[in-house]
Design a protein around this ligand. Structure first.
Ligand SMILES: Cc1cc2nc3c(=O)[nH]c(=O)nc-3n(C[C@H](O)[C@H](O)[C@H](O)COP(=O)(O)OP(=O)(O)OC[C@H]3O[C@@H](n4cnc5c(N)ncnc54)[C@H](O)[C@@H]3O)c2cc1C
Length: 389
């Protein structure tokens, strides 16, 4: 099999890259090791409405629920409501359907999608990358192409095969556990975030409603403060106190990179996209939209590089420049925020949330809330001055 571009991984990043490159006229093959794209889901499925609508027209079946705002709870139970909009400001997706929908769009744009096909390594000819060796439904397969996009998620191997350093240090990975829960007390219209070092050390607990009293309830804790089974243990403990009657119908565990932007996501003949390039927002843990945005940029640069017959590192430099200028700047800022907030004590968190008691935060987004917090608590948040003002 021969093509212009091989995309390894059929998540949101890979599908957007494949769709963009195929739409620009490239012959694209996308490999996905799972037999069903999007399944199993390792995600809380929350995205901003505005962010998603900017990149695709969402199909109604991709969306479990529309949320109207967010509530954040301090360790002492005080809460603040933010980002409220009566018409909704966020989607909780149905990723099994969403990921499949994006892959379908890539196929409709002309990409060949091979499921149950695991990339095993890169092929090289005269020292240059010349394709991917794979295992397709138990059979070996070689696909030739001068250019590879590695969109193979947090456990990415493509980067390592190409010599890009994607090692994650323990403090830079969030260890996550999540239950899909049915509980009569779930608010179907608000996402909820619970802070506290005893419930989620250097992380937080989330509840993202999926409609009809179902919610993804999960937590992420800093890898360096975790140990085997710890995320699940803490989540069970949280459920006992906050949702004691909750019925758990599914469970997932997984890691979320929160390292900040990598130095470079390119090598000769290779670009990395999404979690594979640590493009997740380190403060919120959200990575779907960044993966999609990086996928679009990588697809465009792939088309230019193939047309110019230059897939060398310097021919692909535009990808590094563009994603760093776009999502990279926000990721770098979020990393500094994360580094600051993971060190706060429960007393600090109580103080910060409590300080907003007399403010109307309901229409503010995260950046607006941080500005208010800084105005009210300059001494405590002085270290963030350059990021907030
Ligand atoms: C518990 C948890 C909750 C999260 N919640 C949210 C959230 O609410 N909102 C949000 O925006 N983000 C969230 N994230 C992060 C989000 O899931 C990821 O950032 C996002 O999926 C990244 O997309 P991607 O395309 O880069 O990678 P992925 O979605 O991980 O896709 C990678 C694909 O590559 C395939 N693959 C891997 N290796 C190979 C191989 N060798 N050959 C072929 N295929 C391969 C995999 O099977 C997979 O389908 C969460 C993460 C976790 C762990």
């Amino acid at each position: 099999m021969k093509c212009d571009l091989i995309v390894v991984g059929g998540g949101p990043g890979g599908s957007m890259a494949a769709k963009t490159a195929a739409s620009a006229g490239l012959k694209v093959v996308m490999l996905e090791k799972r037999q069903e794209i999007g399944d199993p889901v390792r995600c809380a499925e929350g995205v901003s409405m505005k962010g998603l609508n900017r990149m695709v027209k969402p199909e109604p079946k991709w969306i479990s629920s529309v949320v109207k705002g967010a509530r954040i709870y301090a360790p002492d139970g005080k809460r603040v409501v933010m980002s409220e909009s009566s018409s909704g400001n966020g989607y909780i997706l149905e990723r099994k359907v969403f990921d499949r929908g994006l892959a379908m769009q890539a196929a409709q744009a002309g990409a060949k999608v091979l499921v149950k096909t695991r990339a095993l390594g890169l092929l090289r000819k005269d020292g240059a990358i010349s394709g991917v060796s794979a295992l397709r439904i138990g059979e070996p397969l070689q696909i030739e192409a001068p250019l590879i996009i590695g969109a193979d998620g947090v456990e990415s191997k493509v980067g390592r095969w190409a010599g890009i350093d994607t090692t994650l240090k323990l403090p830079d990975i969030e260890s996550c556990a999540q239950f899909l829960v049915h509980d009569a007390s779930i608010d179907d219209e608000y996402t909820e975030f619970f802070l506290g070092n005893s419930i989620a050390p250097s992380g937080y607990v989330w509840s993202f409603p999926k409609g009809e009293k179902l919610a993804n309830i999960g937590l992420g804790i800093q890898g360096s403060r975790s140990k085997p089974g710890e995320a699940v243990r803490l989540l069970r403990q949280f459920m006992k106190t906050r949702f004691p009657n909750g019925k758990v119908v599914e469970m997932v565990v997984g890691g979320d990179p929160c390292s900040g932007p990598i130095d470079s996501a390119i090598a000769d003949g290779v670009m990395l996209v999404g979690d594979a390039a640590h493009q997740t927002d380190p403060f919120t843990g959200g990575g779907i939209l960044n993966a999609m945005q990086a996928g679009i940029i990588a697809g465009e640069v792939a088309a230019e590089a193939i047309t110019a017959c230059d897939v060398s590192r310097s021919g692909l430099k535009e990808y590094d420049d563009r994603w760093k200028e776009d999502i990279g700047k926000i990721i770098a800022k979020s990393f500094q925020l994360k580094e600051f907030f993971v060190k706060l004590t429960d007393k600090d968190l109580n103080h910060l949330i409590g300080s907003m008691a007399k403010e109307d935060m309901s229409k503010m987004d995260l950046a607006g809330m941080l500005r208010v917090l800084f105005r009210l608590n300059p001494k405590l948040l002085w270290g963030l001055k350059s990021l907030i003002i």
